[in-house]
Design a protein around this ligand. Structure first.
Ligand code: HEC
Ligand code: HEC
Ligand code: HEC
Ligand code: HEC
Ligand code: HEC
Ligand code: HEC
Ligand code: HEC
Ligand code: HEC
Ligand code: HEC
Length: 398
């Protein structure tokens, strides 16, 4: 009966018949929502015959194929997305499937038939598929971490795997997460920038510094000169000190304590009284000293400014001094005492130059004040003398 009524509706409708859409609604497959809908219909993926108004439309004889599992899905998407001829007109890559098979997700799916891992439709949706440049897409850069987090922060879903489920929570509290998710700054990494998109896997321990080094080049260069570079396996590259997901803005405590953010401070791995602890303290002291002197220079500049002096030259020097401190924070990755000392010392020298310049100005200012008071005094004395003389002259005239 229902099928009869459906048939009547279909006959009455003026547009080309699509029985699949009529029975299944197809709201999520509206042209405006999906990239595919503009290009082809249901049968491209499902087979069957959309001109048949009954359920025979879904007859295997008409090529209808059931999608039984995630492997079927991957093959289905790959049918077009790995086909040069089909994708060429659109200038699309054709390596998603090939790379996917190398990811942890793909390996578990194809080797162990694991149905919980992510397949194409888990990240892109089943029908409502959109390009990465569409703000409402699940793979839009600001939405991707939520898409990955859907499974990876669901402890119940992930319980059979022996991996933590705190990556998303850590990430959104990190410098990276705050920058990307709250400040909408694309320079900061989302999950794929560290793990790969279709090849998602954890970086091998030895590669971690390279992953970070893609963006933090200078730190990586110095890290590679440090003694730690030889022990990357045990230290986990940058992760050893900074952590991996909850990476916060580091401070000098990292050099003298056990924990720093999600990562570890020197004492997290080296024992008190060791030569490494001593080095950490020395490095910290150099930084603190440089910052103190630079801070003092700034105070002096403010004093000179408040007394009406031009301080342009000092400000240029201050910028230079601060630059050395910032560089020292990068150079510190070498763990090279002499090198760090050089930079902090450059900052100290520049700051002391400022202090000298300001001192000269303050002396000039003091001299000017003294001269001013002296002048007033001379003026007052002459005025009094003049006055007395006049009074005397007037008296003499009388
Ligand atoms: C007359 C209504 C009707 C028409 C026409 C129709 N379907 Fe269906 N379809 C159904 C119903 C009801 C079910 C659920 C029952 C079942 O699984 O057999 C279903 C199930 C499905 C499923 C899930 C099958 C599974 O078990 O995995 C897919 C996919 C599907 N339809 C696609 C299509 C496509 C593609 C077309 C057009 C070629 C189409 N349908 C035409 C009514 C219809
Ligand atoms: C780009 C390929 C593609 C196109 C085009 C497509 N589908 Fe699907 N569809 C899928 C995949 C993949 C699944 C399996 C999802 C799963 O099992 O997780 C699916 C599942 C379904 C299902 C069963 C599960 C559900 O979501 O209810 C129905 C019904 C369905 N599609 C109907 C349609 C209809 C109707 C159209 C056309 C308007 C259509 N599909 C177009 C790929 C496609
Ligand atoms: C019948 C061939 C075909 C199938 C099957 C197919 N696609 Fe596509 N897909 C295309 C074409 C063609 C485009 C359009 C490319 C464009 O507009 O740049 C496209 C676009 C896309 C885009 C957006 C690309 C962009 O640059 O905007 C994504 C994401 C996508 N497909 C994912 C999938 C997924 C996931 C599946 C499996 C569920 C799938 N596709 C199945 C042909 C197909
Ligand atoms: C773990 C999640 C995930 C899985 C699984 C996945 N993708 Fe993607 N895919 C993404 C993300 C994230 C992007 C956006 C990448 C970017 O911005 O460069 C993307 C981009 C794409 C694009 C280009 C979109 C565009 O607008 O440029 C296509 C096409 C695509 N994927 C197809 C597939 C196919 C086919 C599969 C299955 C073999 C698949 N993806 C599996 C997450 C995934
Ligand atoms: C459908 C759920 C799901 C989604 C969505 C998903 N994953 Fe996964 N992921 C899994 C499962 C399940 C595993 C297997 C756990 C294991 O490795 O034992 C896994 C494994 C991984 C691993 C390897 C972990 C390890 O140490 O073995 C990485 C890395 C990973 N996923 C990253 C991502 C990224 C990045 C995204 C988003 C672009 C994402 N995943 C989206 C379910 C998902
Ligand atoms: C700044 C780089 C970076 C970002 C961003 C990042 N990860 Fe990771 N991730 C790592 C590193 C490094 C490891 C650890 C590798 C190791 O120790 O062997 C890791 C490990 C993992 C693992 C394996 C299990 C574990 O915790 O050790 C999963 C799963 C994972 N990340 C998922 C994600 C997800 C989901 C996101 C986004 C919410 C994300 N990652 C963002 C760098 C990153
Ligand atoms: C896609 C680029 C990218 C990748 C990959 C990346 N970062 Fe970052 N990171 C940034 C950006 C951008 C900032 C913001 C600070 C800035 O403006 O320089 C940042 C900030 C930081 C900060 C805080 C610095 C501060 O002064 O606030 C640390 C520490 C850090 N990252 C460490 C890492 C580590 C460790 C890894 C690897 C596990 C990593 N980053 C991977 C781009 C990246
Ligand atoms: C041995 C511990 C250690 C390792 C390993 C390490 N860092 Fe650092 N990192 C530090 C210290 C110490 C600082 C300076 C913190 C402070 O005193 O403010 C720092 C600061 C940073 C900063 C902020 C610099 C700034 O200008 O404020 C970034 C970014 C950074 N590290 C990235 C990395 C990257 C990338 C790697 C791997 C190539 C790495 N770190 C490896 C200890 C480490
Ligand atoms: C995540 C653990 C970890 C952290 C944090 C760490 N180290 Fe190390 N460090 C190691 C390992 C492992 C070695 C290899 C030799 C060993 O086992 O003692 C090493 C070696 C060294 C060496 C070379 C020793 C030698 O005999 O060649 C120095 C110097 C050093 N660390 C200084 C530091 C300083 C300074 C800090 C803090 C900024 C620090 N380390 C933080 C793990 C760590």
């Amino acid at each position: 009966m229902i099928e009869w009524m459906m048939a009547l509706v279909l006959i009455a409708s003026p547009s080309p018949v699509n029985s699949c859409r009529t029975c299944h609604g197809g709201e999520s497959y509206l042209d405006a929502k999906s990239v595919h809908a503009k290009l082809f219909g249901c049968t491209e993926c499902h087979g069957g015959d959309s001109s048949i108004l009954t359920r025979k439309a879904m007859s295997p004889a008409k090529g209808f194929k059931k999608i039984r599992n995630k492997k079927d899905i991957a093959y289905l998407c790959a049918r077009c997305h790995s086909d040069v001829e089909k994708m060429l007109p659109y200038g699309e890559f054709i390596d998603e499937f090939r790379i996917y098979k190398t990811s942890k997700h793909g390996v578990l799916l194809f080797r162990k038939n694991d149905q919980k891992v992510a397949v194409c439709t888990d990240c892109h949706n089943v029908h409502d598929i959109k390009g990465a440049d569409d703000p409402s897409s699940s793979v839009y850069p600001f939405n991707v971490p939520n898409t990955c987090g859907k499974c990876h922060s669901d402890a119940e879903y992930m319980k059979e795997y022996k991996i933590p489920t705190d990556q998303f929570e850590g990430y959104i509290q990190s410098e990276h997460g705050i920058l990307r998710m709250q400040k909408k700054d694309l320079r900061a990494p989302g999950c794929p920038e560290c793990h790969g998109v279709h090849g998602a896997r954890p970086p091998a321990v030895k590669e971690i510094h390279e992953v970070c080094g893609r963006c933090h080049k200078a730190q990586d260069e110095y890290f590679k000169q440090s003694p730690h570079a030889n022990f990357s396996e045990a230290l986990k590259g940058c992760e050893g000190c900074h952590g991996n997901h909850k990476i916060v803005k580091p401070d000098h405590n990292i050099l003298v304590s056990e924990v720093a953010g999600e990562g570890k401070g020197c004492l997290g791995c080296h024992s008190p009284e060791s030569k490494e602890e001593k080095l950490g303290k020395e490095l910290r002291d150099m930084l603190v000293k440089a910052e103190q002197v630079v801070g003092l220079a700034l105070n002096n500049i403010e004093r000179a400014r408040s007394k009406g002096f031009e301080v342009d030259e000092e400000m240029v020097k201050l910028k230079e001094a601060r630059g050395f401190v910032v560089e020292a924070l990068t150079v510190i990755h070498s763990l090279n005492r002499e090198l760090v000392w050089e930079y902090t010392q450059d900052a100290v020298v520049a700051a002391e130059d400022i202090n000298d310049l300001v001192k000269a100005k303050l002396i000039e200012w003091r001299d000017r004040r003294v001269m001013f008071v002296f002048n007033i005094f001379v003026f007052a004395v002459s005025a009094v003398l003049l006055f007395i003389r006049r009074r005397r002259r007037i008296r003499e005239e009388v």
